[in-house]
Design a protein around this ligand. Structure first.
Ligand SMILES: NC(=O)c1ccc[n+]([C@@H]2O[C@H](COP(=O)([O-])OP(=O)(O)OC[C@H]3O[C@@H](n4cnc5c(N)ncnc54)[C@H](O)[C@@H]3O)[C@@H](O)[C@H]2O)c1
Length: 258
């Protein structure tokens, strides 16, 4: 029960296969109080269903939040402040780029709008959460985001999302210095490929899975549970000395050469 008495806000549940769903499940099992958000009304009932089966003794808080809308982030904060007073853990497990950009030639397909949207939702929104929530995150609090190797290596079809993840990882470092003044830690988990709704938007995703299976040190793909267990460690006081880091949960794929 390493998250006993901790309050965790988890953003990014869209389906049972979402990384955020696995994180919510393991956090609940480890004693955390849970708040979940849903991006829009279409996803509301799905998130309600997921909330209803979490193994937690307390009511799960549910709130709409579209990360592209400042008022949504503000209302989320006001609701959390009202219900909980403060929050210990914020998980940012959300990203978006227009689908037509996650395919084909990077330069031919990029647009100014698509570039801005990808960076806004996938990187700036993490800072926006920090800015809004800073005064109610407890000392020893932890903020965590999800990133991918496409930030530093060229991955076919990942295109503009690679740039947005590079921005997100730089964001983790700058945020960790800024929030470190309040004893709040900021980290990222760089997960290997997992079939989720977001992953389905990337052309040729099955080829990526096969390549990782062949080349990763562990000769297999990783599981949702493995990502969630690392999130558990980074959210808990067990990782109290770690901030500003990108931790790879990818079966050792990122260190593989020839
Ligand atoms: N699946 C993978 O292979 C993989 C690998 C590494 C990193 N990641 C990252 O993990 C995170 C979670 O993705 P996932 O794979 O669980 O997919 P997912 O589709 O289940 O989750 C993506 C989430 O982003 C949310 N989102 C998108 N735009 C939003 C907005 N404007 N406001 C609020 N929420 C918004 C969606 O509602 C959804 O809940 C993403 O940052 C993704 O880039 C995924």
């Amino acid at each position: 029960m390493i998250l006993k008495n901790k309050k965790a806000l988890i953003i990014g549940v869209a389906s049972k296969r979402s990384i955020a769903t696995s994180i919510a499940e393991i956090f609940a099992k480890n004693g955390a109080s849970i708040a979940l958000t849903y991006q829009n009304d279409k996803l509301k009932s799905r998130v309600e269903d997921i909330a209803s089966v979490l193994e937690t003794s307390e009511e799960v808080l549910l709130h709409p939040c579209d990360l592209s809308i400042d008022d949504d982030i503000r209302n989320l904060k006001l609701d959390i402040k009202d219900k909980w007073g403060n929050v210990d853990i914020i998980i940012h497990s959300a990203a978006f780029a227009p689908r037509e950009l996650l395919n084909g030639d990077y330069v031919d397909n990029i647009t100014r709008d698509g570039f801005q949207i990808a960076h806004d939702i996938s990187s700036y929104s993490f800072t926006a959460l920090a800015k809004e929530f800073r005064d109610i995150i407890s000392p020893c609090g932890s903020m965590l985001t999800l990133t991918y190797l496409g930030s530093e290596r060229v991955i076919k079809n990942y295109n503009v999302m690679g740039l947005a993840k590079a921005s997100l990882e730089a964001n983790v470092r700058y945020m960790s210095h800024s929030l470190g003044n309040d004893n709040i830690r900021v980290n990222a988990v760089s997960a290997g490929p997992i079939k989720t709704l977001a992953a389905a938007g990337i052309s040729g995703f099955n080829e990526i899975l096969k390549h990782v299976e062949d080349k990763a040190a562990l000769k297999r793909n990783i599981t949702l549970e493995e990502v969630a267990n690392t999130a558990l460690f980074l959210a808990s006081d067990q990782s109290s000395g770690i901030s500003g880091q990108v931790i790879y949960v990818d079966g050792g794929f990122n260190i593989s050469g020839v």
